[in-house]
Design a protein around this ligand. Structure first.
Ligand code: ADP
Ligand code: ADP
Ligand code: MG
Length: 645
């Protein structure tokens, strides 16, 4: 068995790997960038090596720095986690060339599956059904358009080198093809350095079903059943579960055997995932499930498989990398109960899922079986990395019980300091159509009216806030909570942190039972709710005010407000909400614009963000050009209000 392991990653996955390594008696080495100097994974590893500045390009993605850190600490093996260098065949080879153990598949397997077109050809040869489409080398736009016509609309254009939900365009009709192709190629060239695309039939009622496979260096390959990852936003998974709802034993057998064939075709060693797309319009049928791609690494959602099989996949990875055979054979593996995972993101679902940065001042995920995270209260979510802050994992005897557990965990999640999708997750998991197994990858989009934060919830939160502020104001003591006796009916989970003198919200001067408070930058005046004395409120104090929680949602009230998600001030200044790259400028200086009109598109944190005009006016200033990198809060444009008539 390996004795020492360097983990070339950060966040929850680094912590996850460290946990198993420790159980196996393996010494662990973490690496970290400037932004992660105080991160949990650094704290939890036996040793840690600083590898450079915050941007991943200058730290986590620099193979030489990782190798140097391994050398300096005498680490014997390198585990890449997911993302970053995990699917980089050259890096894998350089690890092996340096005489170290690569905890992953052979570089040749990574290469074989690295490009989606080559992988599909290979899979078709191995007898694995692949999504119908064009995967040729000829990239002549006229030929591609003709192929799209042959496949039949709607089609999906995909960057062959794409990943992470990027580099894909859905085309509904022939007229749009040329524009979509150009934009897809542009994104592919800039994000993946490879403009080649393939074209696929766009599957209607698509369900994302994937199979966990595992190989060892003795030629054995097993599968650990399937996962359903159909709940996605922007082609990125949000909720995953295992097994897949509606999968019968015969279909499962056929699908999982195809996955094992796929893995064997590339001599696969270690943990891998074969992703399939299924046409779920008439339930799951083996003849309507097609190979999409293979991820040659440990997957984000691997915990749901661990929960139903009882296998520690990281342990298997480390054993296999040490040359041991697979601990279990296919007939020793079986499915126990049902597991689900929800990805908790620092983001604002009501604002296009815009990632949210800031310092996490409350971080409580209550009562699930298992939480995977790489952050702790007080940590800062920076704009440099993926905004996932935790995975909430549950396991129970059946799907119904698992849903109940996950729903409760999401509802009770209390995070403040950054916006999160906890409330959104709660509504998603609690949706009747999810319970009814009525799912496809368009679920979130189609059900959006049911999933966005209901008006009522915000009103309730405001009522709660009024009560909390009132109670706070009644407290004569600044040092500790010594409020009036009504306290206990309010504060279920109230933390008596020392108030700071600077704390202050404005109570109405003449005490007419209204209260003015600063809510997310706006002054909101509310009357005291009649029943305020009997309310039970989940609240926390902060140095700059209070936070109230309900159903996974948090509302910060107080007198200070840090404008962490940027946007515009009332002055018409259009600021960059985060560091990123301008990918489109829709207006020119001097243009007349109307409120809500699209001004610029910014690409940051794996997503595109549209910045719009805050009011009617004229583009008085424009400092943005397509392709430019911009810093957070850079002044990109300024809109001058149209003169009042
Ligand atoms: P999965 O199918 O496991 O969700 P994704 O392709 O969405 O896989 O990516 C997995 C994870 O890898 C993401 O959640 C993200 O954390 C990370 N990741 C993806 N692309 C990158 C990248 N270019 N740089 C750093 N991390 C990335
Ligand atoms: P990535 O490398 O970015 O993960 P994938 O090829 O795995 O790209 O596709 C990501 C997601 O896009 C899938 O999970 C699915 O939701 C959707 N998708 C991909 N191919 C198709 C298709 N042919 N028809 C419908 N949806 C698709
Ligand atoms: Mg994928």
């Amino acid at each position: 068995m390996i004795k020492s392991l360097l983990i070339a990653n950060r966040g929850e996955i680094a912590c996850r790997i460290i946990r198993t390594a420790r159980q196996l008696g393996i010494r662990t080495v973490a690496v970290y960038s400037d932004a992660d100097a105080k991160a949990l994974h650094v704290h939890e590893a036996d040793e840690a090596v600083h590898i450079g500045p915050s941007p991943a390009r200058e730290s986590y993605l620099v193979g030489e720095k990782i190798l140097a850190a391994a050398k300096a600490t005498g680490a014997e093996a390198i585990h890449p986690g997911y993302g970053f260098l995990s699917e980089n065949a050259e890096f894998a080879q350089s690890v092996i060339d340096a005489g170290l153990i690569w905890v992953g598949p052979k570089p040749s397997s990574i290469t074989a599956m690295g490009l989606k077109d080559a992988a599909k050809k290979l899979m078709a040869e191995a007898g694995v059904p692949v999504t119908p489409g064009y995967m040729g080398a000829d990239q002549d736009p006229a030929l591609l358009a003709a192929e799209a016509g042959k496949i039949g609309y709607p089609v999906l254009i995909k960057a062959v080198a794409g990943g992470g939900g990027k580099g894909m365009r859905l085309v509904e009709k022939a007229e749009d093809f040329a524009d979509m192709l150009a934009s897809c190629q542009r994104e592919a060239a800039s994000s993946f350095g490879n403009a080649h695309v393939l074209i696929e039939k766009y599957i209607l009622s698509p369900r994302h079903i994937e199979v966990q496979v595992f190989g060892d260096s003795h030629g054995n390959v097993v599968h650990l059943f399937e996962r359903d990852c159909s709940l996605q936003r922007r082609h990125q998974k949000v909720i995953e579960e295992a097994p897949a709802p509606g999968m019968d034993a015969a279909t499962r057998e056929e699908l999982c055997c195809a996955a094992v064939r796929a893995a064997k075709a590339v001599d696969y060693v270690g943990a891998g995932t074969i992703e399939f797309i299924a046409d779920g319009s008439e339930g799951l049928r083996a003849d309507r499930i097609w190979f999409m791609e293979m991820n040659t690494r440990l997957q984000v959602e691997h915990p749901v498989t661990e929960e139903i099989t009882g296998v520690d996949l990281v342990e298997w990875q480390l054993r296999v990398a040490s040359g041991e055979p697979l601990p279990l054979q296919q007939d020793e593996l079986s499915i126990d109960g049902w597991a689900m995972e929800a990805r908790l993101y620092a983001e604002d679902p009501e604002n296009g899922f815009l990632p949210s940065t800031g310092t996490v001042s409350t971080f409580d995920i209550l009562a699930p079986n298992r939480t995977e995270t790489g952050i702790a209260k007080g940590d800062t979510i920076s704009p440099f990395y993926d905004p996932m802050i935790a995975k909430i994992v549950v396991h129970d005897m059946n799907r119904y019980e698992a849903i109940k557990k996950l729903h409760k965990a999401c509802r009770n999640t209390q995070v403040s300091g950054v916006k999160t999708n906890a409330g959104f997750l709660a509504r998603l998991v609690g949706h009747a159509d999810f319970a009814a197994e009525n799912l496809d990858t368009g679920f979130i989009e189609h059900h959006w009216p049911d999933l966005e934060r209901p008006k009522r919830l915000r009103e309730d939160l405001l009522d709660d806030a009024v009560t909390v502020l009132l109670a706070m104001s009644l407290s004569p003591m600044r040092g500790h909570w010594h409020g009036p006796s009504i306290e206990h009916s309010y504060y279920d989970r109230f933390e008596a942190e020392p108030w700071r003198q600077t704390f202050g919200f404005r109570l109405n001067a003449d005490w007419d039972h209204t209260i003015a408070m600063n809510v997310e930058g706006d002054t909101v005046r509310r009357e005291l709710p009649d029943d305020y004395l009997s309310r039970r409120i989940e609240a926390r104090s902060r140095s700059d005010g209070g936070v109230v929680f309900r159903e996974g949602e948090a509302l910060i009230v107080g007198n200070r407000w840090d404008n962490s998600h940027g946007g515009h001030g009332g002055d018409g200044a259009i600021l960059s909400p985060m560091p990123g790259k301008i990918i489109a400028v829709e207006v020119a200086q001097g243009d007349t614009v109307t409120k809500g009109q699209k001004l610029l598109t910014l690409e940051a944190m794996k997503m595109e963000h549209t910045l719009t005009a805050p009011f009617d006016g004229v583009v008085a200033e424009l400092n943005a050009s397509a392709g430019a990198q911009v810093q957070v809060e850079a002044l990109l444009a300024r809109i001058e209000a149209a003169a009042e008539e």
